[in-house]
Design a protein around this ligand. Structure first.
Ligand SMILES: [Zn+2]
Length: 141
């Protein structure tokens, strides 16, 4: 068995202190409270919140965090490719329409922008597709 910092270091992560942050490939793990960690990527400041594991679950949690980060990076990379195809000059209308429909689909990961006053457009934003909303009940789908 190992601690989470040991398990992460074995996978190539940089352990800045035993209590975080931990970084690798633009991914970052910060401690939120004593029991939760915030996993972020270059594009998404809140990929997911993960509980701090005991030693029995440290290696599994390190594997889960890398999986979440890899999936997030792949989502961002594929959306960028679809946007590039959508914007290519001379691309056919059928391909442009297919790309447009794909880009409109998003599971949305709503985050709060604390710099926007509550109730105003942009208070909530999705770091994946860029959509913004004012309140949770106004979230576009
Ligand atoms: Zn979205």
């Amino acid at each position: 068995m190992s601690t989470l910092p040991d398990a992460l270091q074995a996978r190539g992560w940089t352990v800045h202190t035993p209590h975080g942050p931990f970084t690798k490939n633009g991914w970052k793990i910060d401690f939120d409270t004593s029991n939760w960690m915030i996993v972020s990527s270059r594009v998404n400041p809140r990929v997911f919140d993960v509980p701090v594991p005991d030693e029995y679950h440290a290696r599994w949690t390190a594997n889960l965090i890398e999986h979440l980060c890899q999936e997030e990076d792949e989502r961002v990379r594929l959306r960028a490719v679809i946007e590039a195809i959508h914007g290519m000059p001379g691309v056919g209308s059928e391909a442009r329409s297919t790309a447009s429909n794909a880009l409109e689909r998003c599971y949305h990961r709503w985050l709060v922008n604390v710099e926007v006053v509550e109730g105003h457009l942009g208070r909530l934003f999705c770091p994946i597709c860029g959509q913004r909303a004012a309140r949770p009940d106004e979230e576009p789908f």
